[in-house]
Design a protein around this ligand. Structure first.
Ligand code: ZN
Length: 420
């Protein structure tokens, strides 16, 4: 199953922006850079919006057909587990197996013994190309990894084999995600987690560890950028070394679940993947939905009125809408403008407040995060909202394409702040 060295996960809550999203990848291809688009949507998103996995497949296939895209593209069953994977089997060909909730539960003594036996050749000072210091490995580290992660890897194996048998020979890409766990994994832990995954027989292509710092939805990284840079480079080195050491696929690469918009990290990630000649999968959240609201605001008229209505309703339902996302948002309620004030704004003020341009002095990350989780309000509007997206397809699509290309692809993969 082809997955380019570089791939970008794109979310699309309402499934209407396939074409404008794909245009951004065409623009990159025009600059000589092939990036696989991966449409990702989690079970949670599907259930809040009332869509099914097949809708995402139809969107992706439709966009690919319409634009004549010849490259690889995939549909990701995002953050699935044994209880949620089945409806995704036919329509997805990329499976992100989330085993975070199995971390820390002890594995069986036999499993621990067999893991310690398999990893015994890797004890001592392990020289990993690209790491300044050797990895110091002793039985204490191996037992710690076994105690924390072996059970999670065994669960990933069960889910993988379930997908394998249900797919009946149809190929797919497997990712294992640990990013929704409490503690970041050290490079040494990551190396032996990959060892356990290899021993479990899961041919993973991408692994999503939890990194240091906060990856909130739709806003920039919160944490020490220098610490992240070191950790990211160490992980790149460890992933490349693990692929060769544990009979994992050659193109195994890191997956970073960003929550979108980690602008302060992209330049250093760009330098690191170039320096290590490493692949990367970068997953964004459903921030295409925010570009839809921005496009409607800019369109004026009914579009602007509806954008303001979405804000007002979200403001009034703050607790309910933020509830499922408390771990990944951080909103200062005192910085949210009252809906009565927003009602007086012209379209460009609304758009400038919501759009993630850190240099724009009107940008308000608190308002942005609230609207990000407010998609339920738009989903409830049903055809009234989706009809507006169709009516204002041009201003909406322009914002969708521009966001993916100029704010994500260009700084991360092309390494240019100004791609023009
Ligand atoms: Zn994730």
């Amino acid at each position: 199953m082809k997955l380019d060295k570089y791939s970008l996960g794109i979310g699309d809550r309402f499934g209407l922006q396939g074409v404008p999203q794909l245009r951004a990848f065409q623009m990159a291809a025009g600059k000589g850079l092939q990036i696989s688009p991966v449409w990702n949507k989690s079970n949670r998103e599907h259930s809040i919006i009332g869509t099914v996995p097949h809708d995402t497949r139809r969107e992706a296939d439709g966009a690919v057909g319409e634009l004549g895209w010849r490259g690889a593209y995939l549909v990701d069953a995002d953050h699935i587990g044994a209880g949620t994977v089945d409806p995704f089997i036919d329509s997805s060909d990329f499976f992100t197996i989330d085993v975070a909730e199995f971390i820390g539960i002890p594995a069986s003594p036999e499993a621990v013994r067999s893991f310690l036996g398999a990893m015994a050749p890797f004890t001592g000072a392990i020289r990993v190309p690209g790491l300044d210091e050797p990895l110091g490995v002793d039985e204490t580290l191996l037992r710690a990894v076994a105690g924390k992660y072996l059970n999670a890897v065994a669960e990933a194996g069960r889910v993988y084999r379930r997908i394998l048998s249900a797919r009946r020979g149809k190929e797919f890409v497997t990712e294992v995600s640990l990013d929704e766990s409490d503690m970041p994994q050290s490079p040494g832990e990551l190396f032996f987690i990959l060892g356990a995954i290899g021993a479990e027989g899961i041919p993973i292509r991408t692994i999503a560890p939890k990194f240091t710092g906060s990856f909130l939805k739709g806003v920039d990284y919160v944490g020490d950028v220098g610490t992240f840079a070191r950790e990211f480079e160490q992980d790149l080195a460890v992933v490349a070394f693990a692929a060769g050491s544990f009979h994992l696929p050659d193109d195994l690469k890191l997956s970073v679940h960003t929550g979108s918009d980690k602008f302060s990290l992209y330049p250093l990630m760009h330098r690191a993947i170039r320096r290590f000649d490493a692949g990367l999968h970068l997953k964004t959240a459903g921030t295409t939905w925010l570009e839809e609201v921005i496009g409607l605001a800019e369109a004026g008229g009914e579009g602007l009125r509806t954008a303001k209505e979405i804000y007002a309703l979200s403001f009034g339902r703050f607790d309910e809408l933020c509830g499922p996302y408390t771990q990944v948002i951080n909103i200062d309620r005192s910085k949210l403008p009252p809906p009565a004030e927003v009602a007086t704004w012209p379209g460009e003020v609304f758009a400038g407040t919501l759009r993630h341009d850190p240099l724009h002095k009107g940008f308000n990350p608190d308002l942005r995060q609230l609207v990000h989780v407010g998609y339920k309000v738009a989903a409830e509007m049903g055809p009234r909202f989706t009809g507006l997206l169709r009516r204002y397809a041009a201003p909406v699509g322009k914002n969708v394409t521009d966001n993916i290309y100029r704010r994500h692809i260009a700084p991360l993969f092309l390494g240019a702040d100004d791609p023009d």
